[in-house]
Write a protein that binds this ligand. Structure first.
Ligand code: ADP
Length: 357
């Protein structure tokens, strides 16, 4: 007869492929059921967007199958996202486990498009996701996401509308293009404060925050006020973009914000007619720069007119999981982001340096 101790010993030897530590030590084994020699293991991955789900399952099966009298092995995989902060400030997003900022050195690199598609991809992979549009200079999230209704409020709380499985709040709901410039400064500060404290997000695994571009006061204040799990920097392949992106990186490093990684947008061109790929700005620069700066490289997204068309229609490309190469790129990146957040969250518990995991 197989007993619980030998099953747990076998499971202790299984390492999470991403985190490199035992799945038992990481608290990923929720339950074990033993009936005679048949074993069912309930494993909670650290994110539903786990890129190595099959690998974890295979490792569990391989380790258990070494037990002498083992019968049928079943692995049931679920997910439980860990919060990247242990102490939750009472009034700042208490129901949000991980806040992810999306930043860029300058406008026009596709930061908002990345924020929207990343949010949709994470949600479609099974996570509870919110999207906060803090880009006061051009709040385009509602248009890209195709939000039809403004948020509801009961006088105390603001309730975000949900589109494409993502809850969305934008400064654009509160500041219109007609808001006089002279009012903008104080209004913006108040609106941002309100958005951080008064929105009723409900339980969220990830809140994606689209920061304004650059290193000005507003991105700085937002980065300091929000309990960030980390920041993602979006850049494009041209050398000038990198120089500017590096400035952003330096600002976040000074603030001690974890850098989740760099995404290179508009990396290569896909011809809408023949589907041929051309590397118009040169290739591989993003990865090289990330290595030089010792930052994780999360991936690249092609320059594809379909991305813009779908954004303009309020139907971002990631609504269809594997519609085309660009959409697949977003899903791969979303999985990498989720894995990095898991490492950051677990490192807090283990009190280890993120880089050392
Ligand atoms: P930012 O937020 O950095 O100012 P946006 O996300 O608003 O940039 O994108 C700027 C323009 O580029 C938009 O018209 C958008 O649809 C388009 N765009 C973004 N990423 C891509 C891409 N990979 N391929 C083609 N067009 C893109």
């Amino acid at each position: 007869m197989v007993d619980e101790k030998e099953v747990m010993d076998a499971l202790s030897k299984v390492k999470d492929p991403e985190l490199g530590a035992s799945i038992v030590r990481l608290g990923m084994v929720r339950k074990v059921e033993i009936k005679g020699n048949d074993v069912t293991v309930y494993v909670d991955l650290t994110t539903p967007a786990c890129p190595l789900k099959d690998e974890v399952e295979a490792r569990v099966k391989a380790s258990l199958s070494e037990l002498k009298e083992i019968g049928k092995i079943e692995v049931k995989v679920g997910a439980k996202v860990n919060p990247s902060r242990i102490i939750m400030p009472e009034d700042i997003l208490p129901t949000v486990k991980n806040v992810i900022a999306i930043a860029s050195g300058k406008g026009g690199v596709g930061k908002t498009t990345v924020a929207c598609n990343l949010a949709i991809a994470l949600a479609n992979l099974g996570a509870k996701v919110g999207l906060l549009d803090g880009d006061i200079y051009g709040p385009s999230v509602p248009r890209i996401m195709g939000v039809k209704e403004p948020p509801k409020t009961d006088g105390k709380k603001i309730y975000p509308p949900e589109v494409h499985n993502v809850k969305v709040i934008s400064v654009g709901f509160f500041i219109t293009e007609d808001t006089p410039l002279i009012w903008r400064g104080p209004i913006i500060s108040n609106v941002l404060k309100q958005l951080i404290t008064e929105v009723e997000w409900g339980d969220l695994d990830y809140l994606i925050v689209d920061l304004p571009p650059g290193t000005g006061d507003i991105p700085l204040t937002l980065a300091q006020t929000l309990p960030l799990a980390g920041v993602i920097i979006v850049t494009t392949p041209q050398p000038t973009s990198y120089t500017i992106a590096t400035k952003s990186l330096q600002m976040f490093k000074k603030l001690n914000t974890n850098i989740i990684g760099i995404i290179e947008n508009m990396s290569y061109f896909i011809c809408p007619h023949c589907g041929k790929r051309s590397e118009i700005f040169g290739y591989g620069g993003g990865k090289a720069i990330a290595e030089k700066l010792n930052m994780p490289f999360l991936g690249e997204i092609p320059l594809d007119s379909f991305i813009r068309e779908r954004s303009d229609e309020g139907q971002p490309i990631t609504i269809d999981i594997s519609h085309n190469e660009a959409s697949r790129c977003y899903y791969e990146i979303a999985k990498k982001v989720a894995a990095r957040i898991s490492v950051i969250a677990l490192s807090k518990y283990a009190k280890q340096d993120v880089k050392n995991i």
